[in-house]
Structures are given as structure tokens and as C-alpha cells.
Design a protein around this ligand. Structure first.
Ligand code: ADP
Ligand code: MG
Length: 633
């Protein structure tokens, strides 16, 4: 029992005094079992029952009370001498429910007739407003948690009062680190310095410089990184002061895409122009050099011949130059083949090593398998050589050059960041040096034709532009990463050729099924021929070989019994595989023919070759075996 309650016993006229003193408030005095003894004017007003109606009634019946807890619990608490406070529901005489904030105390607990005095306040409206407010706040919070934009609220002096979780993610600060500090900390110079002035001026003059939608400015992350943002600021008057709400959208990726697009468009335009020019120039050069050649036979004077040769050399140089420009303008003739980029690079690394010199260490790593790309082999080698030479120039004191080959799948998300890139499978060659790297300005222009930072005679500025044009022409993609003082990585994405079915890959590991027939292999590439001959010989076949059509025909006319002719379609020496086959069939009717080609869709003299008669390079031993047995059995 609280000390301030008078003890021991209090006569009932004291209760009359209390009720009279608080007559204007809603006070109800009742016995412990609820029988009402005092009912003030305030209660009459609040509940609609007058005193005569209320006194003698049981209070919770009269008012149809709804308690938040079991009534016995509440009573226990009150009898123990504690005050009980809480929200309950009472009903007005008219039946209207009311939310009541009530306060109960026990009076004269030690006596034989203790009473409960309760005071009641109608809080129906307040609670409703509070609930609305809480609901609205929950709604607002859920919106703020969902929008991708960040929100920062500041007061008139620029101090942060609220920092959304999206803002935490974007800036890298926790809200604890930001709240209470000046919003300047999220801005780089010169915005940082200007902000206070803007804010003070706006508050003073009302001239809105900082209010509005979608201004593109810069933000600063915790780690110091500066990035583009779109800022919209709203203002709210609150009490006597103002608060400003900033919505911040990260523009990093949009800006990058725009930059990429602009760059791609520029390259496209320059490429069109250069390609067109080079094409016309090439024609002129052809006429000039043709005429010079004819003149050569007519001139006998050595001085005149000397002048003529000088002119001829110049046309040769001119032809080389236009060749490079055609490459950039994506107009060079291409001979795409399915090429295993891994083996091409390993086969080529000796030459690269020699071009790089002693001071540069060359490393080649080939990750995974199936690095088959549809690409022009000579031009790819040329591109790699160009990159290697650039790397060498960037590392005059030595360093290392790393070539990584892997197969990558670029998904739609990734492709969206680069306007010219299509999602799909690529063979990725990345060429990394530890050289001096490039500044932002050099990076922005490195692919442009004739852009060079090297002295006169040292650089033509055509290396990277050729590589760029070539990669784009074959449907690939090129990226440049470079950091000054650290090094450069150039990534080339070559369109990959779908993997031969996994079944045949597994088959490739199996030994070739054996045969005893006599096969004539015609293939101009010595290395390819050696591999085929070895494969077939190991499988038991009796193998004859020729490096061109003439050799093959000679062998056939010598009377050697041959069951099958296995020939490349495109061969040097004037006779194609198809012509060879026709001549051979005249000599040996009934001879089986199997063609091979690096082209995707071979057609000979405008007719398609039946699938059973041709094999696309590169082929596995298993595929060769199947074709041979299909034809011979
Ligand atoms: P060039 O080599 O004739 O100057 P490129 O088109 O090959 O022309 O290269 C253009 C410019 O790009 C070079 O002059 C150089 O400034 C820069 N560059 C190219 N590759 C690298 C690299 N690996 N490291 C640093 N800078 C490079
Ligand atoms: Mg170069």
C-alpha cells in the first residue's frame, strides 16, 4: 500500500469529499465487487447514465467493460496496493463503445470495507489517431525499405536525421555513423563546400537552388569512391523548422552504359569512315601498282627504274596501311574456321616469346576444355602479336605478360551492360601485362585508328584499332582495363562454337574402331595430315597420303588400290577437293569420298554435300571413326 494513502480507517464521508472535489472529472468509487457508491458529474457526462441510475449497480455490468486482462489479475494487483492503469473498453448508455484510459487505486484496504477509486478518460479519438499514425508509419517504412532509391533526411543546418537502409548500402556507412553529422560527409568537393552555403541561402531567401527533381551530382562513399547520383530533394515544414528529404539514385551503371554506347557509336562512325576510305584507296592503289608493274617492263634506264621501284615500294606500304584500315573498318576478307584457341595460343607462344624479348616473362594458362571458336586464325595470331608488342612497349624495364584462355557464358544481365554484346558462350582470351598502364584519356582513345602515345616512327596507332575491328567483325567483344602504373588487361571474347555432343566427346576417349581398308588422305596442312595419318594407321587402316590434288591423282593413276579418298575441300594448287574427287572417280569408279572442311556449311559448286560425306574440322577421332564406318560398311 502506498505511503501517501491515509491509514487506518477512513469514514465514508471522506469518500464523499473526494467525489465532490473531483466532481467534474469522471471518477467512480465502487466496492471490491463492483457496486457503485459514488458517480460524479464527469461520469454522467462521459457515460450518459445519471447518478441515480448508476449508484448501486455493478460497474462492469453497467458499462459492459472489456478488460485487456483477466479481471481477477487486475483485482489482485489492486488489492496488493498497487495502482493499475490501462486501456479498457466501456459502453455509453447509447451503446457506443469508448476506449477509456483508466486508473485504479484501492482505498482503505485494511478496513472491513475497502473501495476502488477509478478515474476514467475517453481516449477513443487519441487511440484512433495513434493507430492511424502507426499504420501510416508502417506503410511508409515498408515503402522506404522497398524503393531502390536511398533516402537521407536532414534538418535546416544540414545534419542528418534519418538515413535509409538503401542509403547505408549505397554509401557504405551505417546510419549510426551518419545520423547527427552534417550531410556534407556524403559529398565530394566542390559539392561539399557549396552545400552549406546553398542551404543557408535557401533558408534565408527561399530561393530554391537545392529543391527539385533529378539533379545529377556526385556522391562520396565511405571508402572515398566518388560516383554519379541523381538527387531529388523535397522540403517539409515541421513545427517552426524545416526538414529536407533527399532521394538518391545511383547512376553508376546507367552512366557506364551510356559511356559504352557513346564509345561504340563513335567507333562505329570512325570505322565506317575509315573502312570506306580505305576501300576506295585500295582500288586506286591497285590501279597505280598495276600500271607501275607494266611500266617496269618498258623502262631500261637504271635511274628511271630506281624511281619506279621507289614508287612501287610506296604502293606496297600504302596497301599495307589500307589493309590495316580495312581491318579496323571491319571490311577485311575473313576466313573463319573452328579453331581450338588453346592450342593455337600454345603453338604461337614461341613466336610471342621471341617478340617480347628476354626481359618479359610470358605465361599462358588454359582453363577448362573446349575452347573452340569460329575465328580467322591468321588474324587472331596477328591480333595477339599486336597486343604482345604493346605490352612489351609498356614494360621497357621488363615485367610479365599473361595470356589466359577460358570459356565463359555471358548472361543477359551481363550483356545488358554492354550495348553491343549478345549473351551466349564465348572463348575468352585475356592478355594482362604489368606495364605502365594507361591514363583515362589514353584509355578513352586507345582503340581509335592513328591514336598513339609513342614517338614518330615508334607507333602507328593502328595496332589496337585493328584488333578492335577484327574482334567486332567476327562477332566478338573486346574490353580494356588499365590502371596507371599497374598494368593493362585486354579481354577478347570470341564467339564459341557449340561443343560437339558429350556423347561423341566420351567416344573420343575410346580407341578408334579398327579397319583394314586402304585410305588416301589429302591435306595440305602438314600437321593436320600427320595427326590424321597417325590416327588411321593406329586403327589398322592402310594409309596413303598426299599434300595436294596433283599428288593424289598421281597416286591413284599408279594403280594403287584405294577404298576411300579423305580430302580437304579448300586446297592450294588450283584444284579443290571436289574437283579432285570428280577426277578420281573417273579413274576409280566406286571410290568412296569423305570431305573435310573448317567451314560450317560446305557447298561445292553450289550444291550441298550430304552429311555422311563430310566432316567439320576440328573433328574427334570418334566422329572420324563413325563417318569412315558409315561409308565403308
Ligand atoms: P601504337 O602501339 O602504334 O601506339 P596502338 O593502337 O597499338 O598503337 O595503341 C595505342 C596506344 O594505346 C598506345 O600508343 C599506348 O599509349 C596505348 N597502349 C596500348 N597498349 C598498351 C598497353 N599494353 N599498356 C599501356 N598502354 C598501351
Ligand atoms: Mg601497338
Amino acid at each position: 500500500m502506498p505511503d501517501d494513502v491515509t491509514k487506518p480507517s477512513v469514514p465514508s464521508q471522506d469518500l464523499d469529499v473526494i467525489a465532490r472535489v473531483f466532481d467534474d472529472a469522471s471518477v467512480i468509487i465502487h466496492s471490491v465487487d463492483g457496486i457503485i457508491s459514488h458517480w460524479t458529474h464527469g461520469s454522467e457526462r462521459l457515460y450518459g447514465w445519471n447518478r441515480a441510475e448508476a449508484v448501486g449497480k455493478v460497474v462492469h455490468k453497467l458499462l459492459r467493460t472489456k478488460f485487456p486482462r483477466a479481471i481477477d489479475d487486475i483485482r489482485k494487483e489492486v488489492y496488493a496496493g498497487r495502482t493499475w492503469e490501462g486501456d479498457i473498453v466501456h459502453h455509453h448508455k447509447s451503446g457506443r463503445p469508448m476506449t477509456i484510459a483508466t486508473r485504479w487505486v484501492i482505498f482503505d484496504a485494511a478496513s472491513a470495507t475497502p473501495v476502488v477509486i477509478q478515474t476514467n478518460t475517453d481516449v477513443t479519438e487519441t487511440r484512433k489517431v495513434q493507430e492511424d499514425l502507426a499504420g501510416r508509419e508502417a506503410h511508409l517504412t515498408s515503402i522506404l525499405a522497398t524503393v531502390p532509391d536511398s533516402m537521407v533526411v536532414i534538418d535546416e543546418t544540414g545534419n542528418v536525421i534519418s538515413f535509409s537502409s538503401a542509403a547505408e548500402k549505397l554509401f557504405g556507412y551505417s546510419s549510426r555513423e551518419v545520423i547527427g553529422r552534417n550531410v556534407r560527409m556524403l559529398m565530394p568537393s566542390p559539392y561539399r563546400e557549396e552545400h552549406d552555403r546553398y542551404l543557408a541561402e535557401y533558408v534565408r531567401t527561399g530561393k530554391a537552388k537545392i529543391i527539385g527533381f533529378g539533379r545529377v551530382v556526385k556522391g562520396r562513399k565511405k571508402d572515398g569512391a566518388i560516383f554519379p547520383i541523381e538527387l531529388s530533394v523535397g522540403e517539409t515544414q515541421w513545427d517552426d523548422s524545416r526538414i529536407f528529404t533527399g532521394f538518391i539514385r545511383d547512376l553508376t551503371s546507367r552512366q557506364r552504359i551510356e559511356d559504352e554506347l557513346r564509345q561504340a557509336q563513335k567507333m562505329e562512325a570512325v570505322g565506317q569512315l575509315t573502312g570506306g576510305l580505305a576501300h576506295d584507296f585500295n582500288n586506286l592503289l591497285t590501279v597505280i601498282s598495276g600500271n607501275l608493274e607494266m611500266l617496269e617492263g618498258l623502262l631500261h634506264d637504271s635511274r628511271q627504274l630506281e624511281l619506279l621501284h621507289e614508287a612501287m615500294e610506296a604502293t606496297d606500304d600504302g596497301a599495307k596501311l589500307t589493309g590495316q584500315l580495312l581491318a579496323f573498318g571491319r571490311r577485311q576478307p575473313l576466313k573463319p574456321e573452328s579453331i581450338d584457341v588453346g592450342s593455337l595460343v600454345s603453338g604461337f607462344s614461341e613466336l610471342l616469346r621471341r617478340s617480347l624479348g628476354e626481359a618479359v616473362e610470358l605465361r599462358t594458362t588454359i582453363k577448362g576444355s573446349n575452347h573452340i571458336a569460329l575465328v580467322d586464325k591468321t588474324l587472331l595470331q596477328n591480333a595477339l602479336l599486336n597486343l604482345a608488342l604493346n605490352a612489351r612497349d609498356a614494360m621497357p624495364a621488363g615485367g610479365s605478360l599473361t595470356l589466359d584462355i577460358s570459356r565463359v557464358s555471358l548472361d543477359r544481365d551481363y550483356a545488358q551492360m554492354y550495348p553491343e554484346l549478345l549473351p551466349g558462350d564465348y572463348v575468352l582470351i585475356s592478355v594482362t601485362d604489368t606495364g605502365k598502364g594507361m591514363s583515362e584519356e589514353v584509355k578513352a582513345r586507345a582503340f581509335e585508328p592513328f591514336f598513339t602515345t609513342k614517338g614518330v616512327g615508334a607507333g602507328t596507332g593502328l595496332g589496337l584499332s585493328m584488333v578492335y575491328g577484327f574482334v567486332k567483325q567476327i562477332g566478338g567483344h573486346i574490353q580494356l582495363y588499365s590502371e596507371e602504373g599497374k598494368g593493362t588487361t585486354i579481354r577478347i571474347y570470341l564467339p564459341s562454337v557449340a561443343e560437339v555432343g558429350s556423347e561423341s566427346r566420351r567416344g573420343a576417349i575410346k580407341a578408334l574402331s579398327r579397319g583394314t581398308e586402304r585410305i588416301l588422305v589429302v591435306e595440305d596442312d602438314d600437321r593436320v595430315r600427320r595427326v590424321v595419318v597417325a590416327r588411321l594407321t593406329n586403327a589398322g587402316y592402310c594409309v596413303f597420303e598426299a599434300s595436294d590434288a596433283a599428288g593424289a591423282l598421281e597416286m591413284l593413276s599408279s594403280g594403287e588400290p584405294i577404298d576411300l579418298l579423305f580430302t580437304d575441300i579448300i586446297m592450294p594448287g588450283g584444284m579443290t577437293g571436289d574437283e579432285l574427287a570428280r577426277s578420281s572417280l573417273l579413274l576409280r569408279p566406286g571410290l568412296k569420298v569423305l570431305y573435310t572442311s573448317g567451314y560450317t556449311e560446305p557447298s561445292i559448286a553450289n550444291r550441298a554435300i550430304p552429311t555422311v560425306n563430310w566432316l567439320r574440322k576440328p573433328y574427334t577421332a570418334h566422329e572420324l571413326e563413325i563417318r569412315l564406318r558409315q561409308l565403308l560398311d
